[in-house]
Design a protein around this ligand. Structure first.
Ligand code: ADP
Ligand code: MG
Length: 190
């Protein structure tokens, strides 16, 4: 990112000018107090929001990007297997392959055998695991995470931090992670 700035129609300058380099395979945290523009930066990287000025470039070609939000954004009527499969269905991945990828993604986040569980049957930490599995099933190379663990209790958060580090190493992912926790950013990131 070079000189990335975002001014909203209300006149609020949400961000910038902001420069950032993220190397392939790095785990980078954006750390700062509420309202400093972290989510705005992440949305601009994702292409969900246009910068008012400045540029975002991907020197090695645009990566496959996935987004994990603070709210796990599950559907009350969809079980874990269907939830993880949804983006694959939308991408027209054949059913058998999508099913297999969903099962394997759930297993990788520690939810083996939970395909048929609905959100109401899952704890907060398990819901976030489903959300991460949904992102991983799409095989992103760049994972953007916006305070994904902020709503979880300290012990669950620590567990998910460790699991996320393992997934990051195993998949050679690049992660840009938003948090306002000093400890979490120091623990997780390059
Ligand atoms: P953070 O994620 O660091 O808490 P945000 O990026 O969400 O901060 O917001 C940065 C600033 O931009 C805040 O002052 C916020 O109120 C403002 N802002 C965010 N989104 C919008 C929007 N869609 N319209 C107007 N102002 C916004
Ligand atoms: Mg935010």
């Amino acid at each position: 990112l070079r000189g990335v700035t975002r001014v909203f129609a209300s006149g609020t300058k949400a961000l910038g000018p902001f420069d950032l380099d993220v190397g392939e395979g790095e785990f980078v945290s954006l750390l700062g107090p509420s309202g400093c523009g972290k989510s705005t930066a992440l949305r601009i990287i994702a292409g969900l929001l246009q910068p008012s000025a400045g540029t975002v470039t991907f020197p090695n070609g645009k990566p496959r990007i996935d987004f994990v939000f603070q709210d796990p954004t599950l559907l009350p009527w969809a079980n874990a297997g269907e939830t993880v499969r949804l983006p694959l269905d939308l991408a027209r991945v054949p059913r058998a392959e999508a099913d297999a990828r969903a099962v394997s993604a759930l297993a990788r986040v520690g939810l083996e055998g939970f395909q048929s569980a609905y959100p109401r049957e899952l704890s907060g930490g398990m819901r976030m695991r489903v959300s991460i599995a949904r992102a991983l099933a799409a095989k992103p190379s760049l994972l953007l995470m916006d305070e994904p663990f902020a709503a979880l209790d300290e012990m669950t958060r620590q567990e998910l931090n460790d699991d996320l580090l393992r997934l990051w190493r195993d998949d050679g992912l690049t992660i840009v992670f938003v948090t306002h926790s000093l400890g979490e950013s120091a623990y997780l990131s390059n």
